[in-house]
Structure formats: structure tokens, C-alpha cells
Ligand binder design. Sequence first.
Ligand code: PNS
Length: 177
Amino acid sequence: MIHAVYPGSFDPIHNGHVDVIRRAARIYDRLTVAVADNPLKPDASFSIGERLEILTEVIHGLPNVQAERFEGLLAEYMRQAEANVIVKGLRAISDFEVELQMAHLNRQLNPEVETTFVMTATRWSYVSSTRVKELVRYGADVSKLVPAATLRRLEAKAAAAGADRVVRTPDAPRSRR
Ligand code: PNS
């Protein structure tokens, strides 16, 4: 049985992440989406609890997928989780530069583990959590870029911060391209 781990900050989870989760869930027997509680990113917009809540909604209906928090080294978490494959999403060549370095480091730290890459659908290749947050800050429409669970939290945060609204438009089509 192949137990794969898809690690990330997921701050917040967007449609590119969801796409990678769905694709990886089809490839591997078991998939753990591991949310990093990263002390190097103390300015996260969503708490670890909120990110896990969103993820739990997003993976509903995917029986071989679970969500979990992790801290410390990914290579060590892989040992604890008894997982043998890391999944990383690739949007563009620029992602690969960073990911290749991390894959080599993780291999050095834990030679039992293989890193694999899943390409996001073309239509999500320009989406990142950073850009989503930037758009929200300016009140732009992100409803086509994030799942409903994320959009609801973004709206709640915007309301709490006194912003007028997060603009909504109809759901994006469900093409896999
Ligand atoms: O979504 P992100 O922020 O690109 O995810 C990066 C993440 C969390 C996967 C990466 O920073 C990570 O693996 N952090 C755990 C600490 C670790 O193992 N660092 C060494 C990686 S070579």
C-alpha cells in the first residue's frame, strides 16, 4: 500500500491545491494532506485550526484522504506517519527549481521516501495562496479561485476586518483541464 503525504502551508487552500489532492487521491492508496505549522511563517492569515477545518470540508467525500497538522521536519513526519511518498504540486518550471532542492534535501534526510510531482490543471497554473490573499485585500473576486469552504472563511475575515465584502461570481465550470 502506498501512503502518500501532500504537505503545504495551505494558507489558504485554493483550487490548485484541491486539484492536486483529487489527482493524487486517484494515484495513491492513501493520501494525508499535511498542514505545516511553520514557525518560519508566523504571519499566516489562517490559524492551523482554521486551515484544518477548511481542509476537512474540502476532502469530504474522498474516502482515502485525511488531513493532519505537522510541525518540524517533513522527513521526520514521514517516518512517524509511516508514509513513503511525498506529493508536491507543480504549476510551472519556476516551482520545480525550489521543489527539486527540497526533494534532494528530503531524500538525504530520509532515503526511504520518494518525492513525486503532480501537475495542476492548466487553468489553476496561475493561482497561489499569496495572490488570493492579495486580491482579497483589495476586495477583488476570488470565488473562481478557491473552494466554497475557503471563500466562506475569507468573507468572514473580511467582515470582521470591516471590509465591505468579498465579491462573488458564479461557480467555475468543472473541467479537469
Ligand atoms: O505550501 P508551502 O509553504 O510551499 O509548503 C512548504 C512546506 C511546508 C512543504 C515546506 O516548507 C516543508 O516541508 N516544511 C517542513 C520543514 C522541513 O522539512 N524543511 C526542509 C524541507 S527541505
